[in-house]
Design a protein around this ligand. Structure first.
Ligand SMILES: Nc1nc2c(ncn2[C@@H]2O[C@H](COP(=O)(O)OP(=O)(O)O)[C@@H](O)[C@H]2O)c(=O)[nH]1
Ligand SMILES: [Mg+2]
Length: 404
């Protein structure tokens, strides 16, 4: 019995010693590693070697991203707290364009060159005591110089001569009244000058803008988008001038300012497919109007016809064009009329935009171009500013020409 007890005691002791060793060795494994050996500060600093990052300061230990202190639970190598966003990069601010009502009145001073040449010149001549043939000829010259055109000039002078004769003695106010009436007759007060953007039966309205390069098509398209947005409409722009990337950028910039989306294609891509996509996206987005800017660097009539004709045909797979606006630069005078004729043969122009009326004495071109095409001037450009496009109003225009 004593032997048995002794064996048991020895066995327990042996097991205890063995167990302690195992536990001890486990503990040993979990101990922190010994501190690294202190650097030898007597050794000379090593020269940067190839592959070293020479710009890393040698006295600062390099830390890999895993070594950077991270909050609990954060996976190593992933930045947890985003640095604050760069405050200089802000979402583009959307502008609220000016209302369009009364714009021509506000911009009337811009017509001062035309006013001096045409209105004031005519009134001065008409106020002469003796209205002899020479004076009437001077009146004709004044109208011709202002680009009113030969036939309209003859008509106006014929009627004025007649009425002045009937009138006998005349006061300045009477003369002004006569001139105003006759100029209004030439400009036309009964034409429909509304830019058609809202067909009754469907959405979106489709407007195509055409004209020779440099006349102001892209600018006008951008300004028109602003006019529409100011009136509470939503707009998609189609950059169908694919000759230069800059043209699409220019249009897109206009669009961004008023929050209008621009559809564009690859540089030198097919303008017709951009126009088609613009209308498609406009439909999908449910906007009110799609405005299509086109290229104007088409020197031959056949090239022009192919290009614009195709854009029109392709767009009309969606729906008919509601408005085709021809942009003419008022400063180009008779040359503009020649261009107008060519464009009118290629597409059905439904309205004219006369740009740069602020920079010319030739406001009479309004009359000439309407006669030429039998289409009304619907909008006028009176400056490079974003809101310098005005609906054309015959009364306000004539009043601006002859002064109050
Ligand atoms: N003074 C003035 N400049 C205008 C007017 N409309 C356009 N422009 C300028 O004419 C130049 C050509 O315009 P742009 O729209 O690029 O012509 P596009 O080639 O027909 O698209 C630009 O410098 C415009 O700022 C206007 O009504 N008055
Ligand atoms: Mg352009």
């Amino acid at each position: 019995m004593e032997t048995v007890i002794l064996v048991v005691v020895i066995a327990v002791l042996v097991l205890g010693v063995l167990g302690g060793l195992v536990v001890g060795s486990r503990r040993k494994k979990s101990l922190p590693p010994p501190p690294p050996a202190a650097p030898d500060i007597t050794a000379p600093p090593a020269e940067p070697q190839v592959g070293d990052e020479a710009e890393t300061p040698r006295d600062e230990p390099r830390r890999t991203i895993e070594e950077v202190d991270l909050p609990d639970g954060a996976p190593a190598g992933v930045a947890v707290e985003e640095p604050p966003a760069d405050l200089t990069v802000e979402a583009p601010e959307i502008e609220i364009p000016e209302p369009t009502a009364g714009r021509l009145v506000r911009l009337r001073a811009r017509l001062s060159r035309s006013q001096n040449a045409l209105g004031k010149g005519l009134l001065t001549l008409l106020s002469r005591e003796h209205l002899d043939d020479d004076t009437w000829e001077e009146i004709e010259d004044t109208l011709l110089t202002a680009d009113v055109g030969v036939l309209p000039t003859e008509e106006l002078v014929g009627r004025l001569r007649e009425r002045v004769k009937v009138l006998g003695t005349r006061t300045p106010a009477e003369l002004r009244g006569l001139l105003r009436e006759e100029l209004l007759t030439l400009v036309g007060t009964d034409m429909d000058r509304v830019v058609k953007t809202e067909p009754a039966d469907r959405k979106p309205g489709i407007v195509m803008v055409v004209g020779v390069n440099g006349t102001g098509k892209t600018t006008t398209t951008g300004k028109l988008a602003r006019v529409l947005v100011a009136d509470g409409r939503t707009v998609v722009l189609g950059a169908a001038d694919t000759f230069r990337a800059a043209a699409a950028d220019q249009l897109q910039t206009w669009g961004e300012r008023v929050g209008a989306h621009t559809v564009r294609g690859p540089e030198a891509g097919d303008p017709a497919s951009v126009a088609f996509d613009a209308v498609k996206e406009g439909k999908e987005m449910g906007v009110d109007v799609v405005l299509i800017d086109t290229a104007g660097r088409l020197h031959t009539k056949t090239g022009l016809m192919d290009e614009l004709g195709k854009v029109k045909r392709v767009v009309e797979k969606h729906a008919p064009l509601d408005e085709v606006l021809l942009v003419l630069d008022a400063t180009t005078g008779q040359n503009g009329l020649v261009q107008a004729r060519v464009f009118a043969e290629v597409v059905d122009i439904t309205g004219i935009v006369l740009t740069k009326l602020d920079g010319t004495a030739k406001g009479g071109i309004v009359v000439a171009v309407q006669r030429e095409l039998g289409v009304p001037v619907k909008l006028v450009g009176l400056g490079e500013g974003a809101d310098d496009l005005a609906p054309f109003e015959p009364e306000a225009f004539v009043d601006a020409l002859i002064g109050d």
